[in-house]
Design a protein around this ligand. Structure first.
Ligand SMILES: [Zn+2]
Length: 527
């Protein structure tokens, strides 16, 4: 035997091995229902699985297994006993990290805040700082624990024209770092409001919502999944499967039949429209931005959203202030498109952005899932400035109020940017909208059911604070008699002819032209 023959034999061995693995994967896919479909909490094997090739890795992570992270050819999977046995049988290199629930795990001894302490701490804040925060529960977990939320802003009980920024942590119960970062953040905002002019200014113009512990049942047991054995960040509606249009367009939230924690988060996201959001995890160190999944694009391939420029910018706003994240060897500048890393379906991030129009990024804060508590002060140092800068990012772009032209009532309005597929929506209660955009010139369209679409064709966005564009929409009833009729049409005709009229006849925002006449005619009820 000469060396080339050995090489050839190795090549054949490699391909035989590779196809064995692929066939094995296909058998696995056919054999098992989706891992999250089980109703009873069963033990999960946390396993590092190394694939023989990038193709085999992408085949592995594209299956209905819980993939928690990917690093080169190694994926961290959460497997049932049966799945674990199969993966081993198919010849993957596996390393068992932990079995969950781990009988050795002790919430108190972990050194992190306990679920009970969390409730006491937040409710203590509500008592101490009533002018700065409100504490509520979004609802209860499978096992009846509260999903605590804290709203922090100056005068939290008074509706105001302020962007809402949301941090949600620990959808995965074994990833507790973000919980602590949220608490450090809340503590500083509340304690320093009176002393720190920057924090005072920030809370005077921003609403910060924190949900520090979205999966309390998993947290108490040191488990990724919730009390029913479901991975919550794989259990939100999936684009292309569960929905295609937005909530605004369909009016169907889709929370029925979801895991309780997911349903609570969905209702809260819908009821409290966010200008910007993030969710915290551990297991890697990177800012992961949409899309996590786009139908037709395989895992490992970039799936950019229409706001890719904005997502890269806001991800860098975070990563560039987090020194270890920014200097990542795995991810240039500490950021990645979700699908380019590995694709997931049922994540909160894509759903919040695509369905509700709220840009969201997933921040992975530590390669070690549950670092020793002695690292927490350093982790806070790494994330503090990043968390402030990310909140500040909600103030860039275009903002304003959308109101009824006659009554001044707030409107729930779809705000579309020309050449950008993804709309945002105003807050139905106050009418304010916040459209994140980088410096440039944009065209906007404002549409509300029953109203004439209003255009603002040239808006310049500059560095820093958002450009303000307040609009009033007309339902065609110019003279406010309660009905759109010939008199309203006549008013617009008069205006087009240059006669003086007592009403604002530019109903579509593009100057007074014949299109305004047509727009008002279109509003006349068909009898
Ligand atoms: Zn996670």
């Amino acid at each position: 035997m000469n060396p080339p023959a050995i090489k050839h034999e190795l090549d054949i061995m490699f391909y035989v091995r590779f196809y064995q693995v692929l066939i094995g994967l296909l058998c696995l896919a056919a054999f098992f229902p989706p891992a999250h479909a089980q109703e009873e909490a069963t033990p999960f094997y946390v396993v590092e699985v190394t694939a023989p090739s990038p193709e085999a890795l992408h085949a592995l992570v594209s299956m209905s297994l819980i993939v928690a992270s990917v690093d080169k050819l190694t994926a961290t999977l959460y497997l049932t006993e049966e799945e674990y046995r199969q993966v081993q049988a198919f010849g993957y290199t596996t390393r068992l990290v932990e079995v969950q629930p781990n009988p050795l795990f002790n919430e108190k001894a972990s050194g992190y805040i306990t679920y009970d302490e969390l409730g006491s701490l937040l409710n203590g804040y509500a008592d101490s700082y009533p002018h700065l925060c409100q504490v509520s529960s979004l609802g209860q977990s499978v096992k009846g624990r509260e999903l605590w939320a804290i709203k922090i802003t100056h005068n939290p009980d008074i509706p105001a024209d302020k962007p809402v920024v949301k941090y949600v942590s620990t959808l995965h119960g074994d990833e507790p770092v973000g919980t602590m970062m949220c608490l450090d953040f809340a503590g500083e905002l509340l304690a320093e409001y009176e002393n720190d002019p920057y924090i005072q200014d920030l809370l005077d113009r921003t609403v910060v919502w924190l949900v520090p512990l979205a999966n309390p049942d998993g947290y108490v047991l040191g488990m990724r999944v919730n009390g029913n054995g479901w991975d919550l960040n794989r259990s939100f509606p999936t684009y292309g499967l569960d929905y295609v249009d937005t909530w605004y367009d369909t009016g169907v939230l889709g929370d029925g039949g979801r895991q309780p924690e997911v349903a609570h988060l969905m209702r809260w996201h819908a009821a409290v429209p966010g200008a910007l959001a993030a969710n915290f995890h551990t297991g890697a160190l990177v800012a992961n931005y949409p899309y996590d999944n786009e139908p037709g694009i395989p895992s490992g391939v970039e799936a950019p959203s229409p706001d890719d420029d904005i997502f890269q910018y806001i991800s860098l706003e975070y990563s560039s202030r987090n020194y270890p994240m920014y200097n990542s060897l795995a991810f240039p500048l500490g950021i990645t498109n979700g699908s380019a890393w590995y694709s997931i379906t049922g994540g909160m991030m894509d759903w919040n952005y695509r369905f509700l129009g709220c840009p969201e990024v997933t921040f992975e804060l530590s390669g070690i899932k549950r670092p020793a508590p002695s690292y927490l002060p350093q982790l806070w140092m790494d994330n503090r400035d990043a968390m402030f800068a990310y909140v500040e990012a909600a103030h860039m772009g275009i903002r304003g109020l959308t109101r009824d032209r006659n009554s001044g009532a707030a409107l729930w309005t779809k705000v579309s940017v020309a050449d950008r597929e993804q709309p945002v929506f105003s807050d139905p209660g106050f009418g304010n909208y916040h459209r994140l955009l980088l410096p440039g010139t944009y065209g906007l369209a404002f549409s509300t059911e029953g109203y004439i679409t209003f255009f603002v064709d040239t808006v310049t966005v500059e560095e820093g604070s958002a450009t303000r564009v307040d609009v009033t929409l007309s339902d065609g009833d110019l003279d406010d008699t309660g009905v759109v009729d010939a008199k309203d049409v006549q008013s617009v005709v008069d205006a087009v002819l240059g006669r003086s009229v007592s009403f604002d006849a530019d109903v579509n925002g593009r100057g007074i032209t014949a299109t305004d006449i047509q727009a008002v005619i279109n509003q006349i009820p068909v009898s």
